[in-house]
Design a protein around this ligand. Structure first.
Ligand code: SF4
Ligand code: SF4
Length: 172
């Protein structure tokens, strides 16, 4: 079974897509553009104001607590285009730029069937590769995600894993 299929099966069958039924993913401007171009829905996000700044979140369905993109079969309608918040979940990061191309990253996790079955180490290694790619090509994406996470309270109740320094080469 392919890795993605295995994960989707764990999420749907062993968890019941709980994170898609409880959380509201934050949206960076890049997430917003990507999803906007991939959906016919025009009421799929909401904006909240925090300290005079607007944060965008994926909206819940009106009739339930489910994410608007969660199908009745427990699948994500926009899986290929989902926000970074959903791509990383159940891993989270907090990042600081110490000097150009040098970053300090704190990794956090939300314990769930996926972290148990796939393993936190594997998930973190994959997230790190993704984050390194973005830091190399589009660091703004990671920092926008972080800002929205702080403002929306998205880091609450997550468990600290570890901290590390990263040096990124070939920044564009
Ligand atoms: S990522 Fe974790 S919480 Fe979310 S659906 Fe999968 S197993 Fe459940
Ligand atoms: S966008 Fe997709 S993956 Fe993210 S919470 Fe909604 S249904 Fe789940």
């Amino acid at each position: 079974m392919k890795t993605t299929e295995k994960r989707l099966k764990i999420c749907a069958e062993q968890c019941g897509s709980k994170c898609c039924k409880s959380t509201q993913p934050v949206l960076s401007s890049e997430d917003f553009k990507r999803i906007k171009s991939s959906t016919d829905k025009n009421d799929w996000f909401e904006e909240i104001e925090e300290n005079d700044e607007i944060i965008r979140l994926v909206r819940k369905k009106r009739e339930s607590n489910d994410c608007i993109f969660l199908t009745n079969e427990g699948k994500c309608e926009i899986y290929e285009y989902r926000p970074l918040d959903c791509i990383l979940f159940p891993i989270f990061l907090k990042i600081k730029e110490k000097e150009p191309s040098k970053y300090n990253i704190k990794w956090l996790v939300w314990f769930c069937p996926l972290s148990e079955k796939i393993g936190i180490d594997t998930l973190k290694i994959e997230s790190k590769e993704l984050v390194k790619n973005y830091l190399s090509s589009n660091p703004q994406y990671i920092f926008e995600y972080q800002t929205a996470m702080y403002k929306s309270g998205g880091y609450k109740k997550k468990h600290f894993l570890e901290e590390e320094d990263l040096t990124i080469s070939n920044q564009e």
